[in-house]
Design a protein around this ligand. Structure first.
Ligand code: ADP
Ligand code: MG
Length: 240
C-alpha cells in the first residue's frame, strides 16, 4: 500500500484521569481533504492538536509521510495550522504577519518575499499587504491567517473550525475559497468542523467522531447513503 500522508495508531488522550480520545486508528491518503466532524466536546480539536504536536499523546503513534513524528516539535512535523481565532499580530502589517514565522526560522529575505508574494496572490490579498489587521474585514483576516500557513509550505494543512467566527454569507464564500485552495495546492488537508454542510461539500473523506471515538469514516456519499447508526444518520445522513 502507498504510504499514508497522516497515520494514527492507537492514539489516546487523557486530561488527568479524564479520557477524551479513546484509541484512534486512521490512515489519511496523500492529497485528501479529510474532515473531522462531530458535536462540541467530542475531541476534534484535541485530535488535531495532537497531530500538530501542540498536545502530547497519552498513548499511540502519529506518522506523517511515513515518518514517526509522535515526539517531534510542531515546527518539525511539516504541518501548518489555521485556527478559528486568526491570532494575527495587531501591530504588524499583513506582509509582516505573513513573513513573521519565516523570519523566526531564519529563512532568507529573498525567499521570504517570494513566498509571501506567492501566498498573497493565491489568496488575492496582494492589495492588503501594507494594512494592519485592524483595517481588515473578518474574511480578509482569515485569508491572512491561511496565508501564514501557506508560506510555510507544509506537507499537511490543519484547520480548526476556521470559519466559525464568520457570518453565514462569508462562511459560504470562504468555504469555496478553501476548496479552491485544496485543488490548487493539492496538499493533504485535515479540517475540523461541527458544520455538516462544510463536511459534506469539502471532504474527500469524512471522519465522524463521537465521545472521542471514530463512529464512522468514509466518503461523504458513503456516509450520507449508508450511515452506520442513528447518531451518524442524525448528524450527516438526514438533512433538516
Ligand atoms: P471539540 O473540539 O470536539 O469541541 P475538544 O477536543 O476541545 O472537543 O475537547 C474534548 C474534551 O476534552 C472536552 O470534554 C473538553 O472539555 C476536554 N478538554 C479539552 N482540552 C482540555 C484541557 N486542556 N484540559 C482538560 N480538559 C480538556
Ligand atoms: Mg474544538
Amino acid at each position: 500500500m502507498e504510504t499514508a500522508s497522516v497515520s494514527l495508531k492507537g492514539v489516546r488522550k487523557s486530561y488527568g484521569s479524564l479520557p477524551v480520545v479513546h484509541g484512534i486508528d486512521l490512515d489519511i491518503k496523500e492529497g485528501d481533504f479529510v474532515v473531522f466532524v462531530g458535536p462540541s466536546g467530542c475531541g476534534k480539536s484535541t485530535l488535531l492538536r495532537m497531530i500538530a504536536g501542540l498536545e502530547e499523546v497519552t498513548d499511540g503513534e502519529i506518522s506523517i509521510k511515513g515518518r514517526d513524528v509522535t515526539d517531534l516539535d510542531p515546527s518539525d512535523r511539516g504541518i501548518a495550522m489555521v485556527f478559528q481565532s486568526y491570532a494575527l499580530y495587531p501591530h504588524m502589517s499583513v506582509r509582516e504577519n505573513l513573513a513573521f514565522g519565516l523570519k523566526m526560522a531564519k529563512t532568507d529575505a529573498v525567499e521570504i518575499k517570494r513566498r509571501v508574494d506567492e501566498a498573497a496572490g493565491i489568496l488575492k490579498i496582494d492589495h492588503l499587504l501594507d494594512r494592519r489587521p485592524g483595517q481588515l474585514s473578518g474574511g480578509q483576516r482569515q485569508r491572512v491567517a491561511i496565508g501564514r500557513a501557506i508560506v510555510r509550505e507544509p506537507d499537511v494543512f490543519l484547520f480548526d473550525e476556521p470559519l466559525s467566527n464568520l457570518d453565514a454569507e462569508l462562511r459560504v464564500s470562504m468555504r469555496i475559497e478553501i476548496a479552491r485552495l485544496h485543488r490548487e495546492l493539492g496538499n493533504t488537508m485535515i479540517y475540523v468542523t461541527h458544520d455538516q454542510t462544510e463536511a459534506m461539500t469539502l471532504a474527500d473523506q469524512i471522519v465522524v467522531l463521537k465521545n472521542g471515538k471514530v463512529e464512522q469514516s468514509g466518503s461523504p456519499r458513503e456516509i450520507y447513503e449508508n450511515p452506520s447508526n442513528m447518531f451518524v444518520a442524525g448528524f450527516i445522513g438526514s438533512p433538516r
